[in-house]
Design a protein around this ligand. Structure first.
Ligand code: COA
Length: 335
């Protein structure tokens, strides 16, 4: 297999399930309010999946859109990477179910489990595979269905208001131009904070049964979050990892055309934008409409930004994410 100069994004796509759930809709299920949610997070509404619309289904729709955008037939794909924290099943990975849906038997397919940074890690896998010749055209998907796994009672309200369902996808392929494409990627994790944002159960570390009825009563199968710790670390780590990407490519903040941050919380992204001193007009937000779609958020935002003409041929795009693990990551792409 031939090595190439680098990799680039050949097409983007997204899929959001049609059902819109507003803050007022949530306020009818538990004690919260549109005002509290908007003030703290910037979220106005999110999308929730319906019956038969699991993560692989959403991933399939986004993948087909990305393939169409790239002007490619599905048979040109030779590897699939799916980033998700909400797999269709405990095993095998959602990539296997996506591959089945796309009817591409035989090609390699794997899942990436790094939550909100999942898409950036998955992009790094694709970039490495393309550069080394391990694969030529990689489908990279970030997809989540949160809505079937949240605690919609008062005790889960801090988390339940944040998340939404959705998927985004890109196709990564080779380029001979070393000045274009995915120019750098930075990946980090600090597992000392693993329990600050996690779902404990079911889990193989739980003995003797990874899942039992008592857990359900205790809500251990729902996500739990130390929101203040997440916020505090996010506003530190994101500027750092953005600085690393910029230093790798020898550019400054003023050279960035578009910053696509993970959509966790409008206040986090505003604080980060202020800290790094970027023009707020250059920062992409869609959290108001979709909430936090975890691994889906960056590819969804990339696709929307391209559709709106904010990302064009030659655009300098900086991507940054922070989330459970804690993990944080960045990428710099010359489109
Ligand atoms: N609706 C109304 N009130 C709520 C609520 C909700 N959905 N969730 C929590 N509250 C209440 C709390 O019970 C608390 O009440 P009390 O003062 O009577 O105890 C009050 O609001 C303030 O809670 P607190 O946790 O101090 O709020 P906060 O200012 O830290 O904001 C977050 C909470 C979750 C919005 C904020 O911590 C945050 O955004 N963290 C980052 C989360 C994130 O991005 N996660 C995903 C990362 S990938």
């Amino acid at each position: 297999m031939a090595k190439v100069a680098g990799s680039r994004i050949l097409g983007t796509g997204r899929f959001l399930p049609p059902r819109v759930v507003t803050n007022d809709d949530l306020a009818r299920r538990f004690d919260t309010s549109d005002e509290w949610i908007q003030q703290r997070t910037g979220i106005r509404e999110r999308r929730f999946s319906g019956p038969g619309e699991g993560t692989a289904y959403l991933a399939e729709q986004a993948s087909r859109a990305a393939l169409a955008d790239a002007g490619m037939g599905k048979d040109e794909i030779d590897f699939i990477v799916v980033a998700t924290l909400s797999p269709d099943h405990f095993f095998p990975g959602t990539s296997a179910f996506l591959q089945e849906r796309l009817d591409l038997p035989g090609i390699g397919a794997m899942d990436v489990r790094t939550q909100c940074t999942g898409f950036v890690y998955a992009l790094a896998v694709a970039d490495s595979f393309v550069r080394t010749g391990q694969a030529r055209r990689v489908l990279v998907v970030g997809a989540e269905v949160h809505s079937t796994g949240l605690d919609f009672t008062d005790s889960g309200r801090d988390v339940a208001v944040l998340f939404g369902d959705g998927a985004g996808a890109v196709v990564v392929g080779p380029t001979d131009d070393p000045q274009r494409g995915i120019l750098t990627l930075r990946l980090h994790c600090d597992g000392r904070h693993a329990r600050e944002l996690w779902i404990e159960a079911p889990g193989s570390s739980i003995f003797p049964d990874r899942l039992h009825a008592g857990m359900l009563g205790e809500g251990r199968h729902y996500p739990s979050m130390n929101g203040k710790a997440v916020f505090k670390h996010a506003v530190e780590r994101l500027p750092e990892v953005i600085g690393e990407a910029l230093s790798d490519v020898g550019l400054g903040v003023a050279d960035v055309d578009v910053l696509v941050p993970h959509q966790a919380n409008m206040r986090i992204n505003q604080a980060v934008a202020q800290r790094i001193g970027i023009d707020p007009e250059k920062v992409v937000h869609n959290i108001d409409r979709y909430g936090n779609t975890t691994a889906g958020s960056i590819p969804i935002a990339l696709d929307e930004a391209r559709e709106q003409g904010r990302i064009r041929d030659g655009s300098r795009v900086l991507i940054a994410a922070f989330g459970s693990g804690f993990t944080w990551a960045s990428a710099f792409v010359r489109w």
